[in-house]
Design a protein. Structure first.
Ligand SMILES: [Fe+2]
Length: 410
């Protein structure tokens, strides 16, 4: 049995007695009934985009990350492009809604938020987790009050038929899916009919060629972490819910007081290396928006009010080392800037502090930010508080600008 409570705790953020008590109970029970051992790594991430946007988004992802285009699954109302690095890192499924009038639960999650509503089909949907016994995992989760879409709903949503899909979380609005796959088997998605589309393949090859020409292809590593933003009052529930649904453990939380925010990290009990199974980070304001006038502003809460709870960024790791006398992350950012990619700030952090980080501007296709992170000399820490404060601030400034622009277009 893998003991989920046997990991060191980091961070300085105080949790409530409720959290500490139920964290212990939830993880002990999860280990005891065998769920921790039956649920393995994140096998795929699912992202949905507006009609006509998937080609450009595949190009963008294949330039900015090490992903390669594999195949497209065509179904009646969606085209789902599968991107892969290899079988040691999760796939990305980019799913384009074909008809702008298509309605459904994922669109509804965007529509009640003022900026989210502008791109109602664009959002990160959630993760697919590999399990060793699908039937048993689903029965155990149902007995713990986890709700699943039924088979008919999965068919109508045009999600792969070989998955059990949990309904969107009330705290993060993300889904988690389970599928059974022996570790030695390749990932196969039971959805529609598959083909390598000439237009998508051309976009991919174009991006790959640029990536290689710039010399960044050797420097980009798989995804390090996924960061979700939630309402302040949902911080502890969102973390505990994710631990209920996965085999992750609670790594710890840091208070980012000057941005009125906290960063809360969970990691896989099975994979110490994030590049094989990304860490899941939850960011929440320290107090709700209606306290801002009494205390201080809150970029994190403002994001959630504008977009809804959702994934905020995907962090891509950059190989440790230097290229042309620049830290690799500086080289990657400079190369992408020369190609027109914009970033929200300059690279922050230093070799001495252990890591450097930066945020890109949000993708116009998925609304997701790409973070680059380079760790120096095997630095184990997850971030520095100063870096997170600067990143949070920069994202907040950018988002206010976008809100003004969106309103001006009305
Ligand atoms: Fe991050």
């Amino acid at each position: 049995m893998t003991p989920s409570l046997n990991f060191p705790r980091y961070g300085d953020k105080q949790n409530s007695p409720f959290f500490e008590d139920y964290l212990q109970q939830l993880l002990e029970e999860r280990d005891h009934i065998g769920l921790t051992d039956m649920i393995h790594q994140i096998d795929a991430l699912m992202i949905t985009v507006e009609p006509g946007n998937s080609l450009a988004y595949v190009r963008e992802l294949c330039l900015m990350t090490p992903y390669e285009y594999l195949v497209t699954l065509e179904s009646q109302d969606h085209a789902t492009h599968i991107l892969r690095i290899d079988m040691n890192a999760p796939d990305i499924l980019v799913r384009e809604v074909k008809d702008p009038n298509t309605r459904g639960i994922f669109r509804s999650l965007n529509e009640v938020y003022p900026i989210g509503a502008y791109k109602p089909n664009s959002r990160y949907m959630g993760e697919v987790l590999r399990v060793s016994n699908l039937h048993e995992v689903v029965e155990l989760q149902k007995s713990r009050d986890v709700r699943f879409f039924n088979q008919d709903q999965i068919r109508k949503l045009e999600l792969p038929g070989n998955m059990a899909v949990v309904k969107p979380s009330p705290y993060t609005h993300n889904i988690v899916s389970y599928w059974e796959r022996p570790d030695a088997h390749v990932r196969v998605y039971a959805l529609g009919w598959s083909s390598i589309r000439d237009d998508v393949n051309a976009a991919y090859l174009d991006a790959k060629e640029t990536r290689e020409k710039l010399g960044i292809d050797k420097l980009l590593l798989p995804i390090d972490h996924l960061a979700t933003r939630v309402y302040s009052q949902n911080r502890e529930a969102a973390i505990l819910e994710y631990l209920t649904l996965t085999s992750y453990y609670y790594w710890g939380s840091y208070d980012i007081a000057d941005q009125n925010s906290s960063t809360n990290v969970t990691k896989s009990v099975h994979y110490a290396n994030e590049l094989e199974c990304p860490a899941k980070v939850f960011t929440a304001a320290n107090h709700p928006y209606f306290m801002n006038h009494l205390l201080t502003e809150s970029p994190t809460e403002a994001f959630v009010r504008n977009f809804g709870p959702r994934l905020h960024h995907i962090a891509v790791a950059v190989k440790d080392g230097e290229t042309n006398a620049l830290a690799n992350i500086d080289y990657v950012v400079q190369s992408l800037r020369d190609c027109g990619q914009k970033f929200l700030l300059d690279v922050i952090g230093s070799k001495e502090e252990g890591l450097k980080q930066i945020f890109s501007t949000a993708s116009e296709y998925s609304s997701l930010i790409v973070e680059y992170v380079q760790r120096f000399g095997g630095f184990q820490g997850f971030f520095t508080k100063d870096n997170v404060a600067e990143l949070t601030h920069a994202a907040g400034v950018e988002e206010s600008l976008r809100a003004l622009q969106e309103e001006a277009q009305l």
